[in-house]
Structure formats: C-alpha cells, structure tokens
Design a protein around this ligand. Structure first.
Ligand SMILES: Nc1ncnc2c1ncn2[C@@H]1O[C@H](COP(=O)(O)OP(=O)(O)O)[C@@H](O)[C@H]1O
Ligand SMILES: Cc1ncc(C[n+]2csc(CCOP(=O)(O)OP(=O)(O)O)c2C)c(N)n1
Ligand SMILES: [Mg+2]
Ligand SMILES: [Mg+2]
Ligand SMILES: [Mg+2]
Length: 319
C-alpha cells in the first residue's frame, strides 16, 4: 500500500508522532525512575531534597536560526539549566523539555535539536524524562532541570565571607566574543563562535567545589560582574576581581580581529555558564578552578580596586 511521501514537518507527522519520535531513545531512565510516556515522570530523590531550576530559550532573543545549528540550540538549552544545578553543588537527575515550534518546523530540525539536548544531557549525567510539545509562531524551548545534593549542603549565593578567595571554573567572555563575531559577519572566528553557539559548562567542578567547602557559588549567565554582584549582595560583602587573572589568549586573538576590548567580554559577557565561587582562604582549590579575586568587607564588585565603568552585563528588558 502506498502511504504517500514520508512526513517532513512536525505538522505532517503530528503531535503524537513527533513525541514518539523524540522519546524513542529515551525509554531507559535512571534506576527507580519513570521516564517519558506517562502523565508525569517519576525521579528518585535519594536524600529527600530536590534541587530544581528552569530557564528558557526564545528564538531571536537567545539564538538565531542563521547563527546556530539546531544541535547547538539543543546543547545550549540543556547547558543553561544544568549549569544552575551544578552551581548549587548538585548533580543533575533529570530534565523536562517543553518545546514550542511553528508547524513547518522540519523533522530534521527536531531530530537535530533533540540530539543536541540528549548529548548535553549525557554530559551533565542526566536523562530527559518528559516534556511538552505545542505550536507557536516562533521557537521556544523551556527546560526544567532537577538535581540531587547527595549528603552535601547546597552552596548558596549568600555564604561568601571577607577573606575568602574568588575563583572560576570554565571559560569567560568567549560566548560574548562569538556573539560579536556573528554580528560582524566574521564566521571565520570559530573558537569564539563555537563557544557562543554551544557552551560546555564544567558541571563536575560544581560538585568538587561544594565538597571542598565553597562558601558561595553561581553560574555566570549574565556576566561575571553581574553574577559576582549577586553573590556580593546576597552575602553582604564586597568582591574585587584581578583582571590579570582573567587573561585568555583566545579572546585576545578575537579582540585583535574585531578591534574590540577583550576585558569587556571577560567582565560583562554572558552565556558562558562558567562557575564562579568563593572559598575559605586556607582551602586548596580543586582541579579546574583558578583564583580571580578576593572577598572583602563592604559592598559591590570592583576590578583591580576600581569601579568598572560602562554596562555590566545582560539584562533581559534593556535591549
Ligand atoms: N518568573 C519568576 N517567578 C519566580 N521566580 C523567578 C522568576 N524568574 C526568575 N525567578 C527566580 O529569580 C532568581 C534569579 O533568576 P535568574 O536571573 O533567571 O537566575 P539564573 O541566571 O540562575 O537562571 C532565580 O532564583 C529564579 O528562580
Ligand atoms: C539573537 C541573540 N541576541 C542576543 C543574545 C545575547 N544574550 C541572550 S540571553 C543572554 C544572557 C543570559 O540570558 P538569560 O535569559 O538572562 O539567562 P539566565 O540568566 O536566566 O540563565 C545574552 C547575552 C543572543 N545569544 N542571541
Ligand atoms: Mg534564569
Ligand atoms: Mg544561574
Ligand atoms: Mg539572566
């Protein structure tokens, strides 16, 4: 029997066909858990507490289809959520993914988006256990991540104390540099463009930081200055950052090409999802962490002892 041409778009395959396609490889959920396919998922919460966070990506606000491949968008959507779990000192247990897309979205696009999400979920050691699929005029990906602290105390933004060391794990400023390269049409600057399209946060560093006694932690989504600012405010302390500790030859090379200031990217660029944390002064930093500053008495964030002039990072409603 001739069933006609194979479906090519989500409208042609239909909601339940697409869900079946997306979840086909996701039947294997973690032990004691129930994954996609029922009215809700069930996740084990071994220590009785659940860490939970949500973040969304909106087309033309967080990504552009002419700048990012579908798998990049999938990576980024999972990464921005998993980084918040890691920033609490927790490990990811599961994700639920709500996807809104136009009816002419191709199945190839959905497959690649799905592959990017699955690959990054695997990097974060978590499974995609459910979601939602609806029609919308543009793409929106809204993800909720759940995590488990084991026997650790959560690392809050409020625990930094004067005398603590400030450290980061992961790269800073590369995503912003990549965004600048894309706006300038400089597709050749692949180091920074790749970092913008698909950040790879250092999830394990969040857990090792918690185990090593980190006093406060956050991922860097809006900018180093803005996110350290949240730690400073929540902790009632001042933070001073040493610019020399933030040098990155990849950024310097991109800055020469784009006639830009690498310091601006490192301090005010968002979307790298590096981890920033404070540690007691006598602690040996775990692997992957680099000292970039110090916690002091007072308020606010300074750079080499002085206020940073100009914008300090991304704000959703300013542009
Ligand atoms: N619409 C909302 N309703 C309730 N809480 C929110 C809302 N938006 C943000 N928050 C909370 O405000 C805090 C800061 O949010 P956000 O800046 O998005 O954090 P992050 O950069 O870690 O994603 C988080 O604790 C988040 O849960
Ligand atoms: C098309 C496009 N425009 C602008 C940006 C830049 N941008 C979008 S969101 C963002 C920062 C973080 O976004 P937010 O939604 O605040 O994430 P959260 O802090 O909640 O993790 C930046 C720098 C981009 N990536 N793509
Ligand atoms: Mg958020
Ligand atoms: Mg965060
Ligand atoms: Mg933000």
């Amino acid at each position: 029997m001739d069933n006609g041409p194979a479906p090519r778009t989500v409208a042609e395959l239909g909601e339940f066909g697409v869900i079946e396609r997306i979840t086909r490889d996701r039947r294997a959920s973690p032990a004691e858990s129930i994954g996609p396919g029922d009215d809700a998922a069930v996740l084990a919460a071994p220590d009785g507490r659940v860490v939970v966070t949500t973040d969304m990506l909106v087309q033309d606000r967080h990504f552009r289809l002419d700048w990012s491949d579908p798998d990049d968008i999938g990576h980024k959507a999972i990464a921005q959520n998993a980084a918040d779990i890691a920033a609490m000192g927790a490990r990811v247990t599961g994700f639920v993914v709500a996807l809104a897309c136009p009816p002419d979205t191709t199945l190839d696009f959905v497959d690649r988006l799905n592959k990017g999400m699955s690959d990054e979920a695997a990097r974060a050691d978590g499974a995609i256990v459910g979601g939602d699929l609806v029609q919308a005029p543009i793409l929106v990906i809204s993800i909720t991540a759940m995590g488990d602290l084991g026997d650790r105390a959560p690392v809050l933004r409020s625990g930094a104390r004067p005398g603590d060391v400030v450290a980061v794990a992961g790269t800073l400023g590369r995503s912003d540099a990549g965004w600048a390269a894309l706006r300038a049409g400089r597709r050749d600057l692949t180091d920074v463009i790749d970092a913008h399209r698909a950040p790879r946060p250092p999830y394990a560093a969040g857990i090792t930081a918690a185990d090593r006694g980190a006093t406060a932690m956050s991922d860097v989504s809006d900018s180093l200055l803005a996110d350290l600012g949240h730690i400073a405010t929540a902790s009632g302390v001042a933070i001073d950052v040493a610019l020399s500790a933030l040098a990155d030859p990849v950024l310097d090379a991109a800055a020469r090409e784009l006639e830009a200031d690498a310091r601006q990217w490192v301090l005010t660029g968002g979307e790298d999802h590096a981890l920033a944390a404070t540690f007691p002064p006598d602690v040996a930093l775990p692997e992957g962490w680099t000292t970039i500053g110090r916690v002091e008495a007072g308020a606010g964030v300074t750079v080499d002892g002085a206020a940073w002039s100009g914008n300090s990072g991304w704000q959703s409603f300013t542009v």
